[in-house]
Design a protein around this ligand. Structure first.
Ligand code: NAD
Ligand code: WQD
Length: 344
């Protein structure tokens, strides 16, 4: 895949990570020119190799820390950027409880530096990675963007709520930035080529990587965290979205932002499928789709878990002209193909 010299350049912070790397593919497919900056704190060179295999060419890459003002300013000086998608952040909820300052520094300082550099270099458009974690356990389901944010249950979650507020305040200060914060629900799956996917460090905390590692024999058994919730089968409900659907939402966000007036435009949009799935249904669908029987037991509840959360996706349809199109079955097949590739 090629791009022309006048393709709009988009800075993709954290572009070697799980969601960032898939978004790089969608950006190129849509005619944008991604410029990745990543410090590999939670990713590897292999993601860039995977991108090369998919795209048939290299994507511009800077190995730098998004908190390094000198390095970041040099990138803004060199590249004539049209926009920024800010993925780079630490995201492990449990670690954020143990190391809150590390999370506040990394996730907030990097955002504030971008918000200083963007107006200085005439870069207007920002898409930010927020999270459904800002809703906590909502009283009404599905959650709309009007559903009140609840006090964050972790420093990680708090960085997302604070980041949203920082962006809103900066946009409203009329510095010529327009921004969308996308509240992702649970991203899963991988690119269908299995050249890129999720690379959890150590024992995965998230459900689908734990399932695929169990199926691959890396983990002995999966524990379902709680079977006595007030849900159809007693296990927690989430909105699992294919990472390529999520990637495409970012492209739509950039396109729609460019049509908005500068200075007044800040909005938040839920990015999910609108479907709530139980843990047991994820296991059953995985087994059906892959033919692999999973060794699992039902254990106690995981402290801090939300019983149920899934998105109302009306706003995404109306504002972004986007809906998720891939099925749960496809997401789980792609996750499994990726796992087979990395554990081969
Ligand atoms: P990831 O860890 O795979 O990707 C993040 C990337 O950012 C990594 O490649 C990491 O090396 C890089 N990075 C972190 N700090 C950096 C820094 N200071 N400078 C340069 N690079 C840095 O995570 P992901 O799952 O792709 O998540 C991307 C974004 O989406 C994050 O902001 C995350 O909080 C948010 N999010 C993720 C989920 C999820 O379940 N994966 C859900 C909601 C929101
Ligand atoms: C999903 C379901 C578990 C592992 C986390 C973050 C959140 C957001 C998305 C970034 C739950 C169950 C899991 C296992 C299990 N990330 N489970 N056995 O908890 O919805 O959210 O990722 O913003 O902030 O907290 O995702 O994948 O950890 O869990 O039964 O071994 O699977 O209890 O019901 P979660 P998850």
């Amino acid at each position: 895949m090629t791009s022309s010299s006048n393709s709009p350049k988009i800075l993709v912070t954290g572009g070697a990570g799980f969601i960032g790397s898939h978004t790089v593919v969608s950006l190129v497919e849509a005619g944008f020119e991604p410029i990745i900056v990543d410090n590999f704190s939670n990713s590897e060179q292999s993601a860039l190799n995977g991108l090369r295999a998919i795209l048939g060419r290299d994507v511009a890459f800077y190995q730098a820390d998004c908190n390094d003002a000198t390095a970041m300013e040099a990138i803004f000086q060199k590249e004539q950027l049209a926009g920024v998608i800010h993925f780079a952040a630490y995201k492990a909820v449990g670690e954020s409880v143990a190391k809150p300052l590390m999370y506040y520094r990394n996730n907030l300082d990097s955002l504030m530096l971008l918000l200083e550099l963007m107006p200085k270099y005439g870069v207007k458009d920002l898409v930010f990675s927020s999270s459904c974690t800002v809703y906590g356990q909502p009283e009404q389901l599905p959650v709309t963007e009007q559903t009140p944010r609840l006090p964050a249950q972790s420093p990680y979650g708090n960085t997302k709520a604070i980041s949203e507020d920082i962006i809103r305040d900066v946009v409203h200060a009329k510095v010529a930035i327009r921004a969308l914060a996308l509240r992702y629900f649970n991203p899963i799956g991988a690119h269908p080529s299995a050249e890129i996917g999720e690379l959890p460090l150590g024992v995965p905390a998230n459900l689908v990587p734990f399932i695929t590692q169990t199926a691959a024999g890396i983990r002995q058994s999966l524990t379902v965290h709680g079977g006595d919730y007030n849900t159809p089968d007693g296990t927690c409900v989430r909105d699992y979205i294919h990472v390529m659907d999520l990637a495409e939402a970012h492209v739509q966000a950039l396109k729609k932002l460019s049509e908005q007036p500068v200075d007044t435009s800040y909005d938040v949009v839920n990015i999910g499928t609108g479907r709530g799935e139980t843990v047991l249904n994820i296991i059953k669908t995985f087994e059906q789709q892959t033919g692999v029987a999973l060794n699992y037991t039902i254990g106690p509840r995981r402290p801090g878990d939300i019983e149920q959360v899934y998105a109302d996706v009306t706003k995404a349809r109306n504002v972004l002209d986007w809906t998720a199109s891939r099925s749960l079955a496809e997401s789980l097949r792609d996750a499994w193909h990726w796992q087979q590739k990395v554990s081969a």
